[in-house]
Ligand binder design. Structure first.
Ligand SMILES: C[S@@+](CC[C@H](N)C(=O)[O-])C[C@H]1O[C@@H](n2cnc3c(N)ncnc32)[C@H](O)[C@@H]1O
Length: 357
């Protein structure tokens, strides 16, 4: 029993650290710290926060990251002071450091917050994920939702699609993959990790594209940024401008991907006919000389916020001879982010799209 207790404690501490690196909200960090201490934030947990959480944060943190750390430290110290446990000196020292250094300079990169999203390893047997990390993606995200429209924020659908990719790498390994509405670029990082032969990430919003480029560089992915999808490129990972309304049949036809992907892209009724046309063109069966390629498929992760909008998407897809199958219930996608309390995966649907026979 003792062994089991200490195993749980180390798992709680591990989750606390990953949640901290993912910049989960202060209340979530506080709950994890209390859980790890068995009901109070013990000196052991406080020392862990200083050594393992603060010690691991990126050296080049943005002003928003520093403000985040300051907020967490203040919350933890207030909680401990109000309890019967004493505050360890190094926690006060860290707070003093974050109160006196790096006065906010909210320019450029400092508009963003850097989130380190750690996907745990798992087998597909429905077991808990292990305590080992499979992939860490560092992502600059908007901290205020105003910048880059929606494309500089991280959405549950792209977390779910990334969990799917990491859990079924064989679907994507050695495949040419093309994503629409890529936002911060997380899905591309997951595709690169499982060995896709080519990863093309696209977005219609230019500031999202700039942020995506910074994220790919941050994750040390070789990339090419072209102003539009017609420029040829031999880079394995690239990000390109693609506005669904403006994409022509000819430029889409040239892409010839094996797999098309999209996360949280079905929400604006005005865009739906254009989005479906983009999918139709990308999924068109290609042949190379005499050799026929396997028919491409698409995977879309989506939250159904408005049923009318979703049904409209299904109708337009059907009129365009696209088959859309909801594969969520018969696909086991393990939770690789159990420490993220802001990630509600229960409402995400996974759709498989192909050209109807
Ligand atoms: C809700 S965000 C999802 C971002 C990312 N896939 C995720 O799940 O984290 C929608 C994305 O689609 C892009 N988008 C929306 N309308 C678009 C359009 N008409 N053409 C191209 N991209 C578009 C936005 O810029 C944004 O990056």
């Amino acid at each position: 029993m003792e062994g089991e207790g200490s195993m749980n404690d180390s798992k709680q501490l591990f989750y606390l650290k990953l949640a901290f690196l993912a910049t989960e909200p202060p209340n979530c960090i506080l709950s994890l710290a209390i859980e790890a201490g068995g009901g109070s934030i013990t000196p052991q947990v406080q020392n862990f926060i200083v050594k393992e959480c603060l010690g691991e944060t990126m050296k080049e943190t943005t002003a928003n990251n520093r403000a985040y750390i300051r907020g967490i430290l203040q919350k933890i110290i207030s909680f401990v002071e109000a309890s019967s446990v004493s505050v360890v000196d190094c926690l006060y020292e860290e707070l003093a450091h974050y109160l006196t250094t790096g006065k906010e300079d909210l320019q450029g990169i400092n508009h963003r917050i850097c989130r380190e999203i750690s996907f745990l390893s798992s087998d597909l047997n429905g077991k808990d994920c292990s305590n080992s990390v499979n992939l860490v993606a560092s992502l600059l995200c908007s901290s205020n939702m105003l910048e880059g429209d929606t494309g500089c924020s991280l959405w549950p659908s792209s977390l779910f699609l990334s969990e799917f990719i990491l859990s079924y790498p064989e679907i994507f390994t050695n495949k040419s993959c093309f994503e629409v509405g890529s936002g911060v670029g997380l899905v591309g990082i997951a595709l690169n990790h499982v060995g896709a032969s080519k990863v093309t990430l696209t977005d219609g919003d230019l500031s999202s594209l700039e942020n995506m480029k910074a994220n790919l560089e941050l994750n040390k992915l070789c990339l090419n940024v072209a102003s539009d999808i017609t420029c040829p490129s031999d880079q394995k990972v690239e990000c390109r401008h693609l506005a669904w309304e403006l994409a022509t049949k000819a430029e889409l036809k040239d892409q010839q991907p094996d797999i098309v992907l999209g996360a949280d892209i079905i929400y604006n009724p005005e865009c739906i006919p254009h989005l479906v046309r983009v999918f139709s063109n990308l999924l068109e069966e290609k042949s190379f000389g005499e050799v026929k390629k396997e028919a491409p498929v698409a995977y879309i992760a989506t939250i159904i916020r408005n049923l009318d909008t979703f049904n409209y998407f299904l109708n337009v897809a059907c009129e365009s001879r696209l088959s859309v199958v909801d594969i969520t219930s018969n696909t086991n996608v393990p939770n690789l982010l159990p420490y993220m309390c802001t990630y509600d995966r229960s409402s995400v649907h996974l759709l498989k799209v192909s050209v109807s026979e």
